[in-house]
Design a protein around this ligand. Structure first.
Ligand SMILES: *[C@@H]1O[C@H](CO)[C@@H](O)[C@H](O)[C@H]1NC(C)=O
Ligand SMILES: *[C@@H]1O[C@H](CO)[C@@H](O)[C@H](O)[C@H]1NC(C)=O
Ligand SMILES: *[C@@H]1O[C@H](CO)[C@@H](O)[C@H](O)[C@H]1NC(C)=O
Ligand SMILES: *[C@@H]1O[C@H](CO)[C@@H](O)[C@H](O)[C@H]1NC(C)=O
Length: 368
């Protein structure tokens, strides 16, 4: 899906904003959530940006006692190509640590020299280090009520104006960039604050997924197409594996067998964990099917969908579909070749996880 663009995309995460009712019951939002956070914490990416913190207003829209409270919002700057008066390119941060998005958004860095642009990446409130109530930010609706896209857009407006003033560069044109939910933020920003941004580049931003404008299945259709394009056999094997899993779920020894096949660290409590685990591997790999080796969700080779299909096609049709898809999913979970076993039911709750869950489920009706 991302073959021609090095831009990041978290399309799936946004799909959950709109299609939540129509999602299958096993929708593993939490698994998706924990991986970027875990990754951001374990492997801090090296990025050519300087970190700053801006005292940001908690509430841009009311005059309640708490609204004048401020918190420190993290933002990153690269001025190595910048000429005063030249454009300012701003990444409107989405649901995660901003360093992680900066490390995976090469496009802005690529074009900066040509435009002599200043590059700015702003972290979204309630993610990464930009926690308005510190480690109590996710405590209750009293704090989480300040987590929404409207406040986030206003944060960006305030920060950008302050930055331009400080740089004595008020006439610099501002262009906003974003991927996935961040792409929607970029487009919404341009619409809502046209006096601050002259343009927006919204990558993988499913703005038209709202209100049934496009069918909710379009995301999964695109995922399926990726695998079909790689190999029809591969697609059929993945499609057929769910029935094998269902069949095993009816057998007494099924759970133990699945645990063995999937090399789980502990015996599985539910067969659905295997389904979620496979689902994540195939969906996320399609999302990050970059033409080069990359480490966005997980470390993966170039064209990972094709690589997965080579694995499936390379195994004998005698072997079960389940063991073939397991081998393919192992590319996603074990590209490092260091995993001894797989934790399919690892429900350790990486911090920040609730944030996106809360934002998605409690604001699906009023994202904008
Ligand atoms: C939360 O933050 C406070 C103050 O910074 C600190 O004393 C406390 O240990 C933190 N708690 C956790 C669970 O991190
Ligand atoms: C601009 O300067 C003021 C005053 O020093 C400072 O408080 C503010 O944080 C700066 N703005 C940004 C975006 O860094
Ligand atoms: C991960 O890859 C290594 C190297 O190929 C292999 O020895 C190991 O068994 C794999 N781990 C799992 C859980 O399959
Ligand atoms: C949404 O808000 C309600 C009330 O504030 C809260 O009880 C619920 O847990 C929230 N939903 C999620 C998914 O966090």
């Amino acid at each position: 899906m991302a073959s021609s663009s090095s831009f990041l995309l978290l399309l799936f995460s946004v799909i959950s904003l709109t299609a939540i009712e129509s999602m299958p019951a096993y929708f593993p939002g939490a698994i998706y959530q924990s991986s970027p956070h875990k990754q951001a914490k374990t492997t801090k990416p090296k990025i050519p940006y300087k970190t700053h913190y801006f005292p940001q207003l908690l509430d841009h829209f009311t005059f309640q006692p708490k609204s004048s409270k401020t918190f420190y919002q993290k933002y990153l700057v690269n001025n190595q190509y910048w000429h005063k008066g030249a454009p300012i390119f701003v990444y409107t941060g989405n649901e995660g640590d901003i360093d992680w998005f900066a490390a995976n958004t090469g496009f802005m860095l690529d074009i900066a020299p040509k435009f002599h642009a200043l590059l700015v990446f702003i972290e979204h409130r309630f993610y990464g280090e930009s926690l308005p109530f510190g480690n109590k930010s996710y405590k209750s609706a009293r704090t989480l009520g300040y987590l929404n896209s409207q406040q986030a857009l206003a944060d960006y407006a305030v920060l950008i104006r302050s930055l331009k003033k400080n740089l004595s560069s008020e006439t610099s044109p501002v262009v906003v960039f974003g991927g996935s939910y961040g792409g929607m933020l970029a487009a919404w920003f341009r619409l809502k604050y046209p006096h601050i941004a002259i343009g927006a580049l919204a990558s993988s931003a499913p703005i038209l997924q709202f209100d049934g404008i496009t069918p909710w299945s379009s995301f999964y259709d695109a995922v399926s197409q990726d695998y079909k394009d790689a190999s029809l056999n591969c697609y059929e094997v993945i499609r057929g594996c769910w029935a094998e899993l269902d069949e095993l779920s009816t057998q007494k020894e099924g759970l133990a067998e699945v645990s063995r096949t999937f090399k789980t660290c502990k015996n599985l409590r539910s067969i659905y964990s295997a389904r979620d685990w496979l689902w994540s591997a195939f969906v996320y790999t399609a999302m990050v099917n970059y033409p080069m080796e990359a480490n966005f969700m997980m470390p993966l080779p170039a064209y990972p969908v094709e690589e997965m299909c080579k694995i499936i096609d390379g195994l004998s049709p005698e072997t079960t579909k389940l063991s073939r898809v397991f081998a393919a999913a192992s590319l996603y979970y074990n590209y490092s070749q260091t995993e001894k076993c797989f934790k399919l039911e690892d429900d350790t709750d990486a911090h920040g996880l609730h944030g996106w869950d809360w934002q998605v489920k409690n604001s699906s009706a009023n994202v904008q």
